[in-house]
Design a protein. Structure first.
Length: 253
């Protein structure tokens, strides 16, 4: 996959993102789980306490993964270059999003053209709906319906194992595949879409989230190619009522 994602062993580079982990011990245990499966690209979004002695102790020798972990201020910063983002959730949300199990998620991740990330939530409350909105697919590990919540590091372990197994069986993505839009480019598109929809009074300014979630679902269902995204942005620019108003204004002079 991407050249700048470090990895060792047979598992291709996949970023493991932990959002606001509360217990440093879980960060260490996740690093250990990753290293054992040949993964090394960890991003931490506003961890409560890191670096921390408990993280180092639970890493049990995976200190290199901890040392290389990127600490960022928000989820978008951890995902900018990714063309596939998978969000994990212990419970079914009411979000009408595609849901897959860990095996299917691993298969898609390994077959993806470009960097991919798998996002894990807080120990206490998981990922917020806004964070899950940023993911193309949701991953739910099938569990006892009465007790569906795994320990964070245990969930990371299980997903990393499936990644390793999938890597052994899935073909590499075709090199001639057209470049896909990255998460950063998609966020730019959604901001642009929201601004134009607002300017055109298409979006209810008091309740913009509902409509924007529907757009995210529509455009995220099929991974857009980078060129398709540019096409949509060109159309938005051409249709932007603010630009039209400016053009009309200047022709009056
Ligand atoms: N009460 C929280 C549980 C969080 S468990 C909730 O309902 O979401 C901490 C994290 O571990 C979750 O955010 C998710 O990333 C992962 N996790 C735990 N159990 C999981 C499961 N069954 N499927 C997918 N991810 C799971």
């Amino acid at each position: 996959m991407s050249d700048n994602n470090p990895h060792t062993g047979d598992t291709p580079a996949v970023r493991i993102v932990l959002v606001a982990p509360q217990h440093p011990g879980n960060i260490g245990a996740a690093a250990r789980a990753m290293k054992a499966m040949g993964l090394a690209d960890m991003a931490l979004v506003t961890p409560d306490r890191f670096p921390h002695a408990d993280a180092t102790a639970r890493a049990a020798g995976a200190d290199d993964v901890l040392a290389a972990a990127r600490v960022v201020d928000d989820l978008d910063a951890a995902l900018t270059d990714c063309t596939l983002v998978i969000g994990t959730s212990a419970r079914s949300r009411r979000l009408p999003w595609p849901v897959v199990d860990a095996r299917e998620a691993a298969r898609r991740t390994i077959g993806n053209a470009g960097p991919a990330a798998i996002v894990f939530g807080r120990e206490r409350s998981g990922l917020t709906n806004e964070e899950l909105d940023r993911c193309h697919v949701h991953l739910q590990i099938p569990c006892n319906p009465d007790f569906a919540s795994l320990n964070l590091a245990a969930a990371v372990q299980l997903v990393c194992y499936e990644l390793r197994m999938a890597a052994a069986h899935e073909p590499e993505p075709a090199p001639e595949a057209l470049p896909l839009a990255t998460a950063g480019e998609l966020e730019g598109l959604y901001d642009h879409l929201e601004a134009v929809a607002r300017a055109g009074d298409f979006l209810d300014p008091d309740e913009p989230r509902h409509m924007m979630r529907r757009f995210r679902r529509l455009l995220g269902r099929r991974q857009l190619e980078a060129a398709e995204l540019r096409l949509l942005r060109g159309l938005l620019r051409a249709l932007d009522p603010r630009r039209r108003a400016a053009d009309t204004g200047s022709s009056d002079v």
